[in-house]
Write a protein that binds this ligand. Structure first.
Ligand code: 5AD
Ligand code: SF4
Length: 462
């Protein structure tokens, strides 16, 4: 061994022990998960290594959610806890920077600096490619708030190669669209994520190819209003999400496609055709309706009636008979009566969702709903939520049980809790547990379902 290599190794060892570490905590939706990965990559290019141990972190970064009050408050209680940690590390001569990213950062900006004196960087979802720059300033003692809607496209500035350096994942999220122009009266998204913006087809296809080259087999396209995606095709023609899905189905190595979250108003003919004609497009659709009463749907500014929604579901089921539906619901929107709530239960009974997410209405500052009259008392909201969830869980269980005896393909994603087990996903996004003998993560295997609970299926290979 030459001296040269010895000193290089020593340098590497010193660099490793000095390497700055970042702990990233993600709240909220899948888009935040995607954004946290991108921030991790931007920071890796800037010399930060990710750690799961918060005590080791030179930088604590919270990627936050503002959708309901509870989500936003979690951030402040976490920041309170980090105070002590920061002081403890300082006693050991180690500095800790704290950054707040995501939707609370966007919505509250300067307010965070006032409420949380230990925070030195507040960075919005549209500016996180400038995180390394903000951290430089923070290290020099400044407190930074960067929540402008950037004129440049963050995706052009984020590192691209590093995605291959990630541990191999079988599934991946891919943001195709951000923001929302629908302005549902309960929702902060148009304010936190801004107006609807679509990424270009080329950028999306390139990213899908890179993911496939890195071993990804299943891609979930993300957008707050994903089926509002629009772009231009190779010949300059206007494209919607349906066309994009046809294009992505041609990417070698990608075996499954999904997308979320959709708005009923943007389910166009071409998207139905994609469901009808693309075997790679999984038979599962998250299509929130929020409520079943036309009066409440109108007050929510959903721009469709319950009947229109049911008719749409009918058309989707004609295009893809085995499709499973998933939804979001809000109970106790201002003015919701027992009769209105009953209409939600009636709609749920008709659709029979395979999975659903339901919430008590949470008034969000700056949204029209917050200023409406006739807010529903908390205990009434809690009671309705419990009744709705009982019905949704029952339907979810029935859907799962209807899979028993069925043969299906399962994409294996990770080891199970017990030795020898592997966990994959059914086409309907259910977790499937099976004896993994002879199979490997990343493989698509043919199985028969032998048992089911509301949350997972048990399978045997055939
Ligand atoms: N209160 C309760 N739930 C909400 N959601 C959005 N805004 C609110 C709010 N103010 C729910 C909707 C949406 C999901 C992501 O969160 O159901 O589809
Ligand atoms: Fe939460 Fe909406 Fe922001 Fe996602 S986009 S993190 S759901 S506020």
């Amino acid at each position: 061994m030459t001296e040269q290599t010895i000193s290089t190794q020593q340098d590497a060892a010193t660099a490793a022990s000095n390497q700055r570490k970042v702990f990233i905590k993600t709240y909220g939706c899948q888009m935040n998960v995607y954004d946290s990965e991108r921030m991790g990559e931007a920071l890796a290019a800037d010399g930060y290594q990710q750690t799961e141990e918060i005590e080791d972190a030179d930088l604590i970064l919270l990627n936050t959610c503002h959708i309901r009050e509870k989500a936003a408050e979690k951030v402040y209680s976490a920041l309170g806890r980090y105070r002590e940690l920061k002081a403890r590390r300082l006693k050991q001569g180690r500095e800790t920077l704290i950054g707040v990213a995501g939707c609370v950062a966007q919505a509250e900006g300067e307010e965070i600096l006032r409420r949380a004196p230990d925070v030195s960087v507040v960075i919005g979802p549209q500016t996180y490619h400038r995180l390394p720059e903000a951290l430089q300033k923070a290290k020099a003692g400044q407190r930074i708030v960067d929540t402008e809607y950037a004129v440049e496209d963050k995706f052009d500035y984020l590192p691209k190669k590093e995605r291959s350096a990630q541990p191999k994942n079988v599934t991946a999220f891919l943001t195709v669209q951000e923001g929302c122009d629908k302005f549902c009266t309960f929702c902060v998204v148009p304010y936190t994520r801004g107006a609807e913006v679509s990424r270009s087809r080329q950028q999306i296809v390139d990213e899908a190819r890179r993911l496939a080259e890195n071993g990804v087999r299943e891609i979930t396209l993300l957008g707050q209003n994903v089926n509002a995606w629009h772009g231009s095709g190779p010949d300059g023609a206007d494209w919607g999400l349906g066309e994009l899905l046809f294009d992505l189905a041609d990417v070698d190595g990608i075996e499954r496609l999904r997308y979320t979250t959709s708005h009923p108003r943007d389910m166009d003919e071409r998207l139905m055709e994609a469901h009808r004609d693309l075997p790679k497009l999984m038979p599962y659709l998250h299509l929130p309706v929020q409520a079943g009463s036309d009066r409440i749907l109108k007050a929510m500014n959903r721009r469709h009636t319950a009947e229109e929604y049911l008719a749409l579901i009918e058309r989707i089921r004609q295009a893809r008979p085995d499709i499973a539906l998933s939804g979001d619901f809000i109970v106790g929107f201002p003015g919701e009566t027992e009769d209105d709530f009953q209409a939600t239960l009636d709609l749920v009974e008709k659709v029979r969702y395979a999975q659903a997410f339901s919430f008590k209405y949470s008034p969000r500052p700056g949204t029209p709903g917050a200023d409406m009259k006739n807010h529903v008392p908390e205990d009434e909201k809690a009671d309705r939520l419990q009744r709705l969830q009982a019905m949704l869980t029952q339907h979810q269980l029935e859907f799962a049980q209807s899979r028993i005896g069925m043969e299906m393909d399962v994409l294996l994603e990770k080891p199970g809790r017990q030795a020898g087990q592997l966990i994959g996903r059914s086409p309907w996004l259910q977790a499937v547990v099976l004896d993994g003998a002879g199979a490997a993560i990343g493989e698509m295997v043919r199985v028969r379902i032998v048992d089911a609970t509301a949350n997972s299926l048990a399978a045997q290979r055939i």
